[in-house]
Design a protein around this ligand. Structure first.
Ligand SMILES: Cc1cc2nc3c(=O)[nH]c(=O)nc-3n(C[C@H](O)[C@H](O)[C@H](O)COP(=O)(O)OP(=O)(O)OC[C@H]3O[C@@H](n4cnc5c(N)ncnc54)[C@H](O)[C@@H]3O)c2cc1C
Length: 461
């Protein structure tokens, strides 16, 4: 980079030794949890909004690309600095600033890890509901920027539903607040929602006011297995149509179960079929009633049904569910899971068709595809496996993922339910959203970031 030494010195004046430019440190930030790569010129670990603001003023002046990074667990290349420049590692801004339980909210810095927030909130009887599988390691800033969600989104919504206020540093260093402590407001454009899901392309989040919820008193879990994932999908629709909204509704296909059992032989899952986990929460009475009705609806179509009420077993099952992403690498030691086409979503009614089509695509390209995930909100994680040393399998994988994404769009769905667009899915933006939508996004981007320094190349911007 031209004038790199002088620019390094300018950053050094602001953050001292928390700016780095050695190759080994830069290399640590060259990718997130996807396979997309890009080497930054500088890594900076700011500790305050003021530092972020001063850094951005310099980047804006010299038109240096800036990519914010939380924990780098994103699966779409969102935090990968594909145009070089600065990676702003936000993980050191990790203070919980205020517990304001009376106002049903907390104020946090973006580097706070959600599981830590929830551990701290538990003693007050509250929680922050969005719970991605990565919640033990990802950051609130990354969750807001990707609008992440998890197993409880079906009842509790996504991160978007919990953000009341954001402090954001704009590309030119100005600092704005997008909301306040009030739970609702009808004044002005909803910039808070605009920043949620903006993947670091409009500003750097340095503080967030988040709504919290009371912890439910009771939970029950129904484990039902079915002849096929398609039948399982149909049962889910029947349950919603009967007016029952579980707090979680997850599918694990039979291959996923087999792999999980290989990791933990003590898991009490049926040996055959595809499984749905229905969790209900509320009071003792309401959970008993909902669980009874779910069993009633499943009964005519299920191979087996079991209600789990022991907290220990329930904990073990959810632990296993969280393990899936890592455990599936044990499917076949000669193959690797590649995150591609892994996050599609469709309107719930279309889920059985989506499952069927994915099975067909897997057969057509001869690529194993495990299916698991939040079936209750219409999203499905598809795990594709290949021998990554075999170019032919890479080629088939690319065609399979393309077809999975196109299928989701054709069914009125989305190429990403929760993992975000980053670079991995940028090419589908136009097809999913349309030309006019994309043009409006581009003009919003120009308003916030006229020189295009913030996370360039992402979201098709
Ligand atoms: C094993 C595993 C399981 C997962 N399970 C789920 C799941 O169940 N649900 C789900 O939704 N996701 C899941 N993910 C994906 C990922 O963990 C989430 O998207 C997570 O919220 C990303 O957080 P992060 O801190 O790692 O963000 P990063 O990957 O570091 O960044 C993500 C995006 O946010 C931007 N960003 C980060 N911080 C800021 C900031 N302060 N200001 C502006 N922009 C910022 C980055 O530029 C990037 O575009 C999973 C990932 C893994 C590896």
């Amino acid at each position: 980079m031209k004038g790199a030494i002088q620019i390094f010195d300018r950053f050094h004046e602001i953050v001292n030794e928390r700016v780095r430019s050695s190759l080994d440190e830069r290399f640590c930030y060259a990718s997130d949890a996807s396979q997309i790569e890009g080497l930054p010129d500088f890594v900076i670990r700011p500790k305050s909004t003021e530092e972020v603001s001063r850094i951005l003023m310099i980047c804006n002046e010299f038109e240096i690309p800036v990519t914010a990074r939380g924990a780098g667990t994103g699966l779409a290349g969102g935090a990968t600095p594909v145009k070089g420049g600065v990676v702003l590692d936000m993980s050191s801004m990790n203070n919980i600033i205020e517990f304001d339980i009376e106002n049903l909210q907390v104020i946090v810095e973006p580097g706070v890890v959600p599981e830590k927030l929830n551990r701290t909130l538990k003693s007050s009887g509250f929680f922050f509901p969005p719970d991605p599988g990565s919640s033990a390691i990802c950051t609130i800033g990354g969750m807001i920027s990707n609008n992440s969600s998890g197993i409880h989104c079906i009842k509790y919504g996504t991160t978007r539903n919990y953000v009341l206020d954001l402090q954001v540093v704009l590309a030119d260093g100005r600092v704005i607040n997008t909301g306040s402590k009030v739970l609702k407001s009808s004044v002005g454009y909803d910039l808070t929602r605009l920043f949620v899901g903006s993947e670091g392309t409009l500003g750097i989040i340095t503080r967030a006011g988040l709504k919290i919820m009371p912890l439910p008193i009771a939970k029950r879990l129904v484990v039902a297995s079915f002849d096929s994932a398609v039948i399982a999908g149909k049962v889910v629709i029947q349950i919603f149509s009967a007016g029952i909204i579980p707090s979680a509704c997850e599918i694990l296909d039979n291959t996923t179960i087999a792999v999980l059992k290989r990791c933990d032989p003590n898991l009490v899952f049926p040996n055959l079929g595809d499984i749905i986990l229905f969790e209900v929460d509320g009071t003792d009475n309401s959970t008993a009633e909902q669980s009874y009705r779910i069993i009633e609806i499943c009964a005519p179509l299920a191979q087996s049904i079991r209600e789990v009420s022991s907290k220990t077993e329930m904990g073990a099952i959810w632990e296993a569910r969280r393990l899936v992403g890592a455990a599936i690498s044990r499917l076949d030691p000669t193959k690797t899971r590649v995150y591609a086409g892994e996050d599609v979503g469709v309107p719930i009614k279309q889920i059985p068709i989506l499952i069927k089509k994915i099975q067909e695509i897997s057969e057509e390209f001869d690529i194993p595809a495990m299916k698991y995930g939040h079936i209750g909100d219409g999203s499905l994680h598809v795990a594709l496996f290949i021998d990554i040393m075999d170019p032919d399998q890479w080629e088939r994988l690319k065609r399979a993922q393309e077809k999975i994404h196109r299928t989701a769009i054709e069914l009125g769905g989305t190429v990403s339910s929760e993992h975000g667009v980053g670079l991995a899915r940028a090419i589908y933006m136009r097809d999913q959203l349309g030309n006019d939508f994309l043009e409006i996004m581009q003009s919003i981007k120009r308003t916030f970031d006229p020189k295009g320094i913030l996370n360039p190349g992402k979201l098709s911007l």
